[in-house]
Design a protein around this ligand. Structure first.
Ligand code: NDP
Length: 448
């Protein structure tokens, strides 16, 4: 840790992600002294390549804007780089590196052969016209296209990058490269996208939660669920939770929280999907449309713990699906006091270390994002396979494969945890299983 912190002192999120892994893989290093001797840790913590570039584009007023673009190609021991693109004003190199680092382990947990990467820009699509978003995406891809390819690096979506952005990015790549290949995943259905890709991270996370509950003889039926976020992962997590009989009580965005004591239903969810995906509005409108629900304007991620309102309601399950570090120790204590027995992460690293410690100490079911939200990348892998074969699988087939993969990841976390003497600890299970697979491949491929 000293080495990592000393090299890049300002990259807090990256340090947090690294520490999360280092804290759990001690037993592996004891069994494999060669990993230390051959500096596997140092190599795994250093990106293979970091690309940082200028993105100049013109807004609707004719003014030139300049953003910063990133692609962190972290590790390709298991396959071509794969990981999403995030467009959000908070994006910086530390956040890109933490996400790329997590992605390496996440991809390793799936049965697919994929390396790990992440990218994005400090561009905020919120409040921008479609034309502005298109011009930004084109400028971004003008540079990124030199570094990616269907057998090299295959980006996808993340915060601020959904179907619209992937479309503009793909169009520009196709024009520059003069080829129609599966270089991005999350594409439109008519031009190479996979059924269930938009749903995959949210559905997969709920499947993972279902597997965890089953280990204690429980199901989601009748369980009160708190979900944060109102984006791709959150809305499809809500949809699947409802389908499995859960009672979804909350959603949130960056300006407020809704609490609906009666619970969401599919009609209410359809209203929010339209609001968020097409009208690009705020959750305020939910409070106006459904007066039985409470809308609380706030900054859900303000430093003051009392502002993390979404975690203040009594519930059985919590699904953080917005962004990193949205549950601190105070929130964790409130969740436990409110009756929560399962926390399953749709977002990447949404829990601060003190929250994770509390959940593990209380022996509740706690599913870390790198295992629980791997459904997104799993179906991306299926999209790549379909593109390579130039055919499309049915919704039922992709969903069945997704379910199978989440079951597989869950079991491999459990088995690995048991093998290393920490039964039921999904954090250790996921980290060790991912680490061993990548480390082995790195050693077999020599010093590259
Ligand atoms: P979206 O952009 O679709 O949705 C993100 C949601 O979280 C929005 O409601 C947004 O509010 C809210 N949010 C984002 N950043 C902040 C912030 N800094 N403060 C408060 N609220 C915030 O993103 P996704 O649903 O795709 O991603 C959500 C999480 O899931 C991320 O951690 C991502 O890395 C992870 N993930 C995504 C996968 C995917 O396939 N998309 C796969 C696996 C993990 P607002 O609308 O107001 O901005």
């Amino acid at each position: 840790m000293n080495w990592v912190q000393g090299r890049d002192p300002e990259q807090r999120e990256f340090h947090q992600a690294v520490l999360g892994v280092l804290a759990t893989i001690g037993p592996v290093l004891e069994h494999h002294p060669e990993y230390r001797r051959l500096a596997v840790l140092e190599r795994i913590m250093e990106p293979e390549r970091v690309i940082l570039f200028r993105v100049p584009w013109m807004d609707d007023k004719g003014q030139v804007q300049v953003n910063r673009g990133y692609r962190v190609q972290m590790n390709s021991a298991l396959g071509p780089y794969k990981g999403g693109l995030r467009f959000h004003p908070s994006v910086n190199l530390g956040i890109m590196k933490f996400l790329a680092f997590e992605q390496v382990f996440k991809n390793a947990l799936t049965p697919l052969v994929l390396g790990g990467a992440k990218g994005g820009a400090d561009f905020d699509p919120k409040g921008r016209s479609d034309g502005e978003v298109m011009r930004f995406c084109q400028a971004f891809m003008a540079e990124l296209s030199r570094h990616i390819g269907p057998d090299t690096d295959i980006p996808a979506g993340d915060i601020g990058v959904g179907g619209r952005e992937i479309g503009y990015l793909f169009g520009m790549y196709k024009k520059i490269a003069n080829e129609f290949t599966g270089v991005l995943t999350g594409k439109g259905l008519a031009w190479g996208g996979s059924l269930i890709r938009p749903e995959a991270a949210g559905y997969g996370m709920v499947y993972f939660a279902g597997e965890m509950l089953a280990t204690r003889g429980q199901t989601l039926e009748g369980k009160r669920c708190l979900i944060s976020g109102a984006g791709n992962v959150a809305l499809f997590a809500a949809e699947k939770a409802l389908e499995l009989g859960g009672r979804v009580l909350t959603l949130s965005d960056s300006t407020g929280v809704i609490y609906d004591e009666q619970g969401l239903d599919l009609d209410k969810l359809a209203f929010i999907k339209d609001l968020k995906n097409f009208r690009r509005g705020r959750l305020t409108e939910y409070g106006e449309r459904y007066p039985g629900a409470i809308y609380i304007p706030c900054d859900p991620l303000a430093a003051d713990g009392d502002q993390h309102l979404v975690w203040s309601f009594p519930a059985d399950c919590a699904f953080p699906c917005a962004t990193q570090n949205e549950i601190n120790g105070h929130d964790a204590a409130r969740l436990l006091a409110g009756g929560v027995g399962l926390v399953c992460e749709g977002a990447n690293m949404p829990c601060l270390p003190e929250a994770v410690e509390l959940f593990l100490a209380q022996n509740i079911l706690y599913g870390p994002g790198k295992a629980a939200n791997a459904g997104g990348v799993a179906v991306s892998g299926m999209e790549m396979a379909q593109n390579a074969m130039r055919l499309s699988w049915s919704r039922v087939e992709v969903d069945a494969r997704l379910r199978q993969i989440m079951k597989f990841i869950h079991q491999s976390c459990l088995d690995t945890a048991a093998e290393y003497g920490v039964s039921g600890n999904y954090v250790a299970g996921a980290n060790i299983a991912g680490f061993v697979k990548v480390a082995r491949a790195m050693l077999e491929q020599g010093l590259v």
